[in-house]
Design a protein around this ligand. Structure first.
Ligand code: PEP
Length: 249
């Protein structure tokens, strides 16, 4: 059975005091929910966040990691370092990592495999750019992003994968995919996985939607049968908005 998930991608926002304050407010206001709730402060605030949320239902996750176990990779963080401070889930493949930091499908494949080899859960992000959608290539772009990074995995690895479909044109732009566009793509993703692996794997993988989800549109997007929750950027930085989105699920 797949999980409902609401995850906040905090990106490069919130210093230590801001992280403490947002986590305190989220903890105090967290509603009873069947959904898994995740937050991803910046690397430097992860350990503090884990300590602060000890015993809480909210999981602290990382925005990125390197594929190597250790070594001469200045500025990078390994799976082992994340596990060591209590982080078990990592976001990989966010469109900002792909666009600004040159993360290719090939690099992402290595990162996914490294995270899985360390028994971590991967939240794998992917999605088409505006020109792909305008030219009608969005399905083939998404299919190749999935294929290049994930289709060599052992079928058993899929229990540690969460997918986050994030059309690039909807991230941070205020422009959301319509619930119908999200459902259409999520159903396509599930069908693609069923074809490459099997129907059980496709039925059991959680597929989140990301791209300008806010309190006003969350419920309609989450109501679609193949949408299992959301990866939330801007609206995850204000406790009341994030809580309202959690309630929408
Ligand atoms: C994101 O960065 O993953 C995201 C979905 O951002 P936003 O909600 O701000 O569009």
């Amino acid at each position: 059975m797949r999980n409902k998930i609401v995850a906040g991608n905090w990106k490069m926002n919130k210093n230590m005091a801001g992280t403490d304050a947002l986590l305190a407010e989220l903890s105090a206001k967290l509603p009873n929910t069947h959904a898994k709730v995740m937050v991803s402060p910046t690397f430097v605030n992860l350990a503090g966040a884990v300590r602060q949320l000890e015993g809480s239902e909210i999981e602290v996750i990382s925005q990125n990691m390197h594929f190597a176990e250790s070594g001469a990779y200045t500025g990078e963080i390994s799976a082992d370092m994340l596990l060591d401070i209590g982080i078990k889930t990592v976001i990989l493949g966010h469109s900002e990592r792909r666009a600004y930091f040159g993360e290719t499908d090939e690099i992402l494949k290595k990162k996914v495999e490294a995270a899985l080899a360390n028994n971590m859960t991967v939240m794998f992000c992917f999605g088409e750019e505006l020109q792909d959608r305008k030219s009608g290539n969005h399905f083939s772009v998404v299919e190749s992003q999935l294929k290049n990074a994930l289709f060599d995995l052992d079928p058993s690895a899929w229990s540690s994968i969460i997918l986050a479909y994030e059309p690039v044109w909807a991230i941070g732009t205020g422009e959301t995919a319509s619930p119908e566009q999200a459902q259409e793509m999520h159903a396509f993703i599930r069908k693609t996985i069923a074809t490459a692996f099997d129907q059980t794997i496709a039925d059991n993988v959680s597929i989140l939607y990301g791209g300008s989800v806010k309190p006003s549109n969350a419920e309609e997007i989450f109501s679609k049968p193949d949408v299992d929750g959301g990866l939330i950027g801007g609206a995850a930085l204000a406790a009341d908005d994030f809580i309202a989105i959690i309630k929408a699920i």
